[in-house]
Ligand binder design. Structure first.
Ligand code: PHE
Length: 351
């Protein structure tokens, strides 16, 4: 029986060496040291021993049990360390790897340029005034000195929403100018005898029932400026626009004011800037003229001032209007205005 115990000890120690995981260890423990384990089984035969042999075998059995317990504890610690090391290795994070950049959205190029324009005029004291896209004929045309059947209506073909018998149709505004009337009336109502000066920008979408081409779309943005006060002259208009263009396109830009016609301004002018591509020599971009047309402007027509609640004997003002898409096209050399609302990421991601 003593031999049996020695053999068991050898077997158990060798088996313990092979235990790699905590599961192996648990199995080993119940195989050798458990209640129904091999050691217990051997000891169950103690009853057959002589009284002299019994204490000797008992002591031996206790020694072996202690040896195995201690070997188990050591092995268990080694396995625990190995498992921890493996776990840490598997979970390792390489903090030197570059991060994954979350995809970021961006502002539409027109919005970017619109904000740039608004920022420049904000520095000159112009505030943004929001106005509606669905308008009455009255505001889009009549109050701007364009009576029914006036030939100037041909300049801006209109999307009508509702025809009305009294010639006050509901329509999509064809320009941002009706905002002039809304703004003037709101300002004038604050103090009808002495309306306050006005310095506002009117940005927004406008709609025209026209052929879609690389140069004209049926919906596009405009931004319009309006300044009203005492002693405002054409020189103020020219100086303001010159300052604006040089801030947006560079200090070396030259401007040309060409006489033009708008029903709501008198006199009216078209503003040209020397060509960005050829500097005035004449090229494809400027169609050989050396000039690029960038906006319309003029002194607010006395009739329009009166319609807005401002006495044209005491007040003067100027207005100007431009298309940010056109400005953006010139700034970035974009050839086709239809890119702006096609939502093609290959186009939009370039800005
Ligand atoms: N409303 C004009 C247009 O759409 C532009 C303009 C605005 C001209 C203000 C003069 C003054 O063509």
């Amino acid at each position: 029986m003593q031999q049996e115990l020695h053999a068991l000890r050898e077997e158990a120690l060798q088996a313990l060496e092979r235990a790699q995981t905590s599961a192996d260890l648990a199995a080993w423990r119940s195989t050798y040291l458990g209640k129904k384990g091999k050691l217990s089984q051997v000891l169950r035969g103690m009853g057959n021993l002589s009284p002299e042999e019994r204490p000797i075998v008992g002591r031996l059995a206790n020694d072996i049990k202690e040896t195995l317990e201690q070997a188990y504890t050591e092995r268990a610690e080694a396995v625990r360390q190995a498992e921890l090391a493996a776990h840490l290795a598997a979970d390792a994070v390489d903090v030197t790897l570059p991060g994954r950049r979350p995809p970021l959205g961006r502002l539409h190029p027109s919005t970017q340029v619109m904000r740039e324009i608004e920022r420049i005029f904000a520095d000159l004291g112009f505030q943004v005034y929001a106005s509606r896209e669905v308008e009455l004929d009255e505001y889009n045309f009549q109050l701007l000195n364009i009576p029914p059947h006036h030939p100037a209506r041909e300049m801006q073909d209109t999307f009508y929403i509702e025809r009305s018998p009294d010639e006050n149709d509901v329509l999509l505004r064809t320009h941002t100018s009706p905002g002039q009337i809304h703004a003037m009336r709101e300002f004038a109502a604050m103090n009808p005898d002495n309306p306050p000066p006005v310095r506002i920008m009117l940005p927004g979408m406008v709609y025209r029932h026209e052929q879609i081409t690389p140069r004209s779309d049926i919906q596009f943005q405009q931004v319009e400026g309006l300044a009203i006060g005492h002693h405002i002259t054409m020189a103020d208009l020219k100086g303001t626009i010159e300052y604006f263009v040089r801030r947006l396109f560079g200090p070396e830009r030259r401007l040309r004011f060409r006489a033009s016609y708008f029903p709501f301004t008198e006199p009216s002018a078209e503003v040209d800037m020397d060509c960005l591509l050829c500097g005035g020599e004449g090229c494809r971009l400027c169609k050989g003229t050396g000039w690029l047309e960038i906006m319309g402007c003029g002194m607010v027509h006395p009739t329009v001032l009166r319609n807005g609640g401002y006495d044209p004997e005491r007040y003067t003002g100027y207005a100007f209007g431009m298309g940010p898409a056109r400005i953006t096209m010139l700034k970035y050399g974009i050839e086709d205005i239809r890119y702006f609302w096609q939502n093609d990421l290959r186009f939009l991601e370039q800005f």
